[in-house]
Design a protein around this ligand. Structure first.
Ligand code: PRP
Length: 195
């Protein structure tokens, strides 16, 4: 069983041009940070990967790269059970200037846990950038140094974000309306082009 999304039920939240223009602005801010020359960029898989790829190519300063992946955690009745790294760091971060790149901060649980994990490994500096901040859903007070867009409580897909692993490849951000999701057998999710 999988959900079916009809074309009309995905609306465009941010066009590819809007995203790319904001990514360039974020890169200018990051280039201006006073941290040492080289940034050690840590991407949070999978959602943050698309944003990370555009962001690092817009930066003027040199970067090194690493990735972590985290298990889904919690549920409606137990939202803050401990997350778990399903992919750990390849390299140590001691005395490095670290930038964590996320696609979205929602409840804040993922980033909060990750920042504690990274802080314990003694980076010289540790900062965060998230493309999207869904502040209305925040349950854990977590520091996000730089935010691309603050959004309402929409179900957002595209540009790395998924619904049942689909839509990550879209160059724009779309909003899926709950009414647009219905269960059917062997359904195909419509390919969408919005700009
Ligand atoms: C998403 C997103 C963040 C996290 C944010 O990951 O990429 O890592 O949720 O939610 P939170 O603030 O409530 O913790 P998801 O678990 O959907 O995995 P994915 O990135 O592989 O899609």
């Amino acid at each position: 069983m999988m959900g079916v999304i009809d074309q009309g039920e995905l609306s465009v939240l941010m066009t590819a041009d809007t995203i790319q223009s904001r990514v360039r602005e974020l890169a200018v801010e990051i280039d201006g940070w006073d941290a040492g020359d080289e940034l050690h960029v840590i991407g949070v898989m999978k959602g943050g990967v698309v944003f990370l790829c555009d962001l690092i190519r817009a930066l003027s300063r040199p970067v090194t790269l690493d990735f972590v992946a985290m298990s889904s955690y919690g549920n409606e009745t137990e939202p803050f059970s401990e997350p778990r790294l399903t992919k750990t760091l390849d390299e140590g971060i001691e005395d490095r200037d670290v930038l964590v790149v996320e696609d979205i901060v929602d409840t804040g649980g993922t980033l909060s846990w990750l920042l504690k994990y990274l802080t314990a490994r003694r980076p010289r500096s540790l900062r965060t950038v998230a493309l999207l901040d869904k502040g209305v859903r925040r349950k854990v007070d977590v520091r996000v140094d730089l935010v691309g867009f603050r959004i309402q409580n929409h179900f957002v897909v595209g540009y790395g974000l998924d619904f049942a692993e689909r839509y990550r490849h879209l160059p724009y951000l779309g909003v899926l309306e709950p009414s647009g999701m219905r269960a059917e057998d062997d359904a195909v999710v419509t390919t969408l082009h919005a700009d």
